[in-house]
Design a protein around this ligand. Structure first.
Ligand SMILES: Nc1ncnc2c1ncn2[C@@H]1O[C@H](COP(=O)(O)OP(=O)(O)OP(=O)(O)O)[C@@H](O)[C@H]1O
Ligand SMILES: [Mg+2]
Length: 220
């Protein structure tokens, strides 16, 4: 389970302060599929980055399986990111010089998985997202929706309990967006926790629960 306690993030830009998150208290149960909506600048990405241990709070805490992540050092945080969490970004964030199967295998490289094992698993993951015929394509040789499916396969490479998507359908058309949400729903049915940020109510409708953010606060 993931929960936050009075999670606060203040960005300081010279003399100015931006309160990106204000005392957020949110609980996400294991196996839940939650969508977070809210206008641009309301703090959605900031919240996901904190939950995904990509960034640290100004005050307050993120708890993952009852561990206060604020007590962990950089190595321990990296281990949580590697073992428990898969991240999908709006801009796909694939490595452009690597082909699909190499992109998907990359987190397994960092986890110390041997080469033949990681390439085999990466190929299986690509087959599962419908890209078995595109494994040797570079990102520039794939459509936006295909690139996002490579990114989903990559997020699954270390078999994470939690999949976090920051507008995973933001750069694809509606039909492809729905196909991506179908994949996430399937992952949720396997028992994984899914946390997705979206502007799109149709996309949010795939989730079991929806939360709204405004001005750094999580509303109902
Ligand atoms: N690294 C940063 N430095 C300074 N301010 C930041 C930084 N990252 C985000 N902010 C500010 O924090 C606030 C929340 O940003 P955030 O990216 O979380 O919004 P968002 O809800 O994800 O918006 P969008 O829907 O446009 O992606 C914004 O006002 C933003 O300008
Ligand atoms: Mg954002």
């Amino acid at each position: 389970m993931i929960h936050t306690e009075n999670l606060t993030k203040v960005y300081r830009m010279g003399d100015a302060e931006v309160h990106a998150l204000r005392d957020v208290n949110l609980e996400i149960k294991d196996g839940e599929f939650i969508a977070i909506k809210g206008p641009s600048g309301s703090g959605k990405s900031t919240l996901l980055n904190m939950i995904g241990c990509l960034d640290t709070p100004t005050s307050g805490s993120v708890f993952i399986d009852n561990t206060d992540t604020a007590t962990l050092n950089e190595n321990e945080l990296a281990e949580i990111r590697r073992e428990k969490i898969g991240f999908i970004f709006q801009q796909f964030n694939l490595v452009h010089t690597l082909n699909a199967v190499e992109n998907v295998a990359l987190p397994m490289f960092f986890a110390g998985v041997r080469r033949d094992t990681r390439l085999k698993r990466a190929e299986e993951l690509l087959v599962n997202v419908g890209l078995g015929d595109r494994v040797h394509h570079k990102p520039s040789e794939l459509s936006g929706g295909q690139q996002q499916r490579v990114a989903i396969a990559r997020a699954l490479s270390n078999d994470p309990e939690v999949v976090i998507g920051d507008e995973p359908t933001g750069n694809v058309d509606t039909e492809t967006g729905n196909a991506i949400m179908d994949i996430l729903e399937g992952l949720n049915k396997e028992g994984r926790t899914i946390i997705v940020v979206t502007h799109d109510p149709e996309i949010a409708a795939h989730a079991g629960r929806t939360k709204r953010m405004r001005d750094g606060m999580v509303l109902d």
